[in-house]
Design a protein around this ligand. Structure first.
Ligand code: HEC
Ligand code: HEC
Ligand code: HEC
Ligand code: HEC
Ligand code: HEC
Length: 448
């Protein structure tokens, strides 16, 4: 008994000695030739190949913001700050697993067109056999590339390769190996799986695959049998406007639709997350922007913005747009930009807009988009949980001399992948920070 106690004591001690990255998939154990190219799989799995190619997981290494964030921020930072040195390979383990598994670290940039560009390929997911962690995170997948493709069927018949049924492939834990992440400072900087697990969807067993891989009748390969529920590899997320669209509902209320000049009107907005099986935003929440703009427009097209009424919770200032607030100092520091003081925290949002976000803070206490350099992110979390409703209130003081007869109040919920200030500073393509409409609601008030 005493020996067992000593053993567990040792285990706990070792887990402090070794940072989490060392529990993960083994770097450099394989060669590129151990993994077939996706186009080869596409010869038979035509539709699945098309779907995957359009998905972000096929672009996880090459798409502009990933390229820029790794080569301009994370890699230089890893080379000068010992504490974050492991992200040199860590980012790549999830974003370009082939390079990590073959030890090609740091990999050549996308322009060199090496095989790391394949991103999260067919062979990655379908060679994963399990995880070293009971609740996976930080690329803790175990992988066994070869003739056997691990899948979701007990009865597939193929000559080109072997197949084996895998509970792990069918489970949300497969996704958790890359979708949950702990920073070198121990902060949970991605926890889509953990958010999901604690939600009604997790409890009922509605998996990631059920919402992100549509199931429909058809064939998965040329000349294979017809099945009722083929798993389509869509993997849509916020890069696809259709997936974002309507993911949060909006309803607007006033006591009376008739208002008088000089009076005050209280407008109530109710917002409900009825579509997303985890928080929204989730994943890269350090940089995702989700905000509500409420404005009035009269018949002459004149508009005015209404600021959200504060609720008084601690840290609320981070959830209300303020054009004077500055943040993201670490970006300029890493890039050694002279005289850099940071950029606008909220980008070009109108003052007073409510922002549904979870701010991340670096070890110096400054808000950051560098998730690997995050020490703290638990104090403020004003995002939408699964099936959660939030109520926001707005007051419009109708001017005494208001001349129009009607005013349309519109509430629009927008999403952008990164704050516009960060997008402009890092010279990202405009789509990376353009506002995308999630939902909108409006009502007409008669002014007397
Ligand atoms: C020569 C055609 C062909 C090629 C090339 C091919 N497959 Fe298949 N694959 C099939 C057929 C046929 C099935 C069986 C489908 C069924 O039974 O519904 C299949 C089934 C699968 C399954 C499902 C297994 C299960 O039991 O759930 C996976 C996963 C898979 N293939 C992955 C791959 C990958 C990865 C590649 C590329 C390395 C690839 N395949 C290349 C023909 C092919
Ligand atoms: C009930 C359906 C549902 C389930 C279950 C679900 N998702 Fe989602 N997910 C969505 C919708 C809708 C969006 C788009 C809204 C958004 O971007 O937050 C989304 C967005 C995402 C995003 C992008 C988040 C962002 O804002 O950047 C990721 C990553 C993701 N899901 C992964 C997962 C993983 C991993 C699981 C399982 C642990 C999962 N999802 C389970 C519906 C679901
Ligand atoms: C991010 C991980 C991931 C990637 C990348 C991926 N798959 Fe899959 N694939 C899955 C999962 C998970 C399932 C099982 C879905 C389920 O349980 O509903 C699956 C199922 C399949 C099936 C069986 C479909 C069925 O319903 O019978 C085939 C065939 C397949 N994948 C081939 C491919 C090919 C070919 C590629 C590359 C073009 C690919 N996969 C890329 C995760 C992935
Ligand atoms: C080997 C690592 C890995 C695994 C396993 C993995 N993902 Fe991903 N996934 C990524 C990376 C990396 C990205 C980010 C791509 C980007 O934006 O560059 C991503 C992005 C996504 C997105 C966001 C798409 C968007 O439009 O923004 C969704 C949704 C998603 N994955 C779903 C899943 C689901 C569901 C599973 C499990 C069936 C899964 N992933 C398994 C690495 C992985
Ligand atoms: C444990 C796996 C993992 C690690 C480690 C990881 N990422 Fe990611 N990364 C992801 C996943 C999954 C997503 C998608 C989340 C989402 O869609 O919200 C993502 C999203 C991103 C995005 C946002 C892409 C977009 O289009 O908005 C960037 C940029 C990025 N990662 C860069 C990095 C860098 C740089 C590092 C290293 C410091 C890193 N990642 C480490 C898994 C990982």
């Amino acid at each position: 008994m005493k020996r067992l106690g000593l053993f567990f004591g040792w285990l706990i001690a070792m887990s402090f000695v070794f940072p989490p990255f060392l529990w993960a998939a083994e770097m450099g154990k394989w060669t590129y030739d151990d993994f077939k190219k996706p186009a080869q799989c596409g010869m038979c799995h035509k539709e699945i190949y098309q779907e995957w190619q359009q998905s972000l997981m096929a672009q996880s290494f090459i798409h502009p913001w990933d390229d820029v964030e790794y080569f301009k921020l994370a890699l230089p930072h890893a080379l000068k700050l010992e504490k974050v040195a492991d992200v040199k390979g860590g980012c790549i383990a999830c974003h370009g697993p082939l390079a990590f598994l073959t030890g090609d670290i740091p990999p050549k940039p996308p322009a060199a067109a090496t095989r790391v560009n394949e991103g999260v390929s067919c062979e990655i997911c379908h060679s994963i056999t399990g995880s070293t962690e009971k609740e996976p995170f930080n690329f803790s997948f175990e992988i066994n590339p070869g003739r056997v493709k691990y899948g979701s069927r007990h009865d597939s018949e193929v000559k080109f390769h072997d197949t084996q049924y895998s509970d792990f492939i069918r489970s949300s834990k497969l996704c958790a190996t890359c979708h949950d992440e702990q920073s070198p400072y121990g902060a949970w900087v991605k926890e889509t799986y953990r958010e999901w697990r604690a939600s009604p969807y997790g409890e009922k067993g509605v998996r990631c695959q059920d919402c992100h891989m549509y199931h429909a009748p058809g064939k998965s390969a040329r000349a294979s049998k017809h099945r009722d529920d083929i798993a389509h590899h869509v993997f849509h997320g916020p890069h696809f406007k259709n997936k974002l669209s309507g993911c949060v509902d909006i309803a607007l209320y006033v006591k009376e639709p008739e208002v008088t000049c000089g009076s005050e009107v209280t407008i109530r907005a109710a917002l409900f997350n009825g579509k997303v099986g985890h928080y929204v935003p989730s994943g890269s929440s350090e940089e995702r922007m989700l905000w509500l703009e409420v404005k009035g427009t009269d018949q002459k097209g004149r508009t005015f913005h209404l600021p959200v009424e504060k609720k008084g919770f601690s840290g609320e200032e981070y959830t209300v747009a303020d054009s004077k607030a500055i943040a993201y100092q670490a970006m300029g520091e890493i890039m050694e930009v002279k005289e850099y003081k940071g950029v606008s925290r909220d980008g070009n949002l109108p003052d007073g807009a409510r922002i549904f976000r979870r701010p991340f803070f670096d070890p110096k206490g400054r808000m950051t988009i560098c998730q690997w350099y995050t020490a703290k992110n638990t104090d403020i979390d004003y995002r939408f949980g699964p099936l959660e409703t939030k109520l926001e209130t707005y007051t419009w003081s109708v001017p005494k001399d208001f001349s129009a007869e009607t005013v349309t109040i519109t509430a629009t919920l927008y999403y952008s992948l990164v704050p516009s200030s960060v997008g402009e500073f890092m010279a990202l393509p405009a789509y990376a920070y353009e506002p995308r409409v999630v939902n909108t609601a409006s009502m007409v008030l008669d002014v007397k």
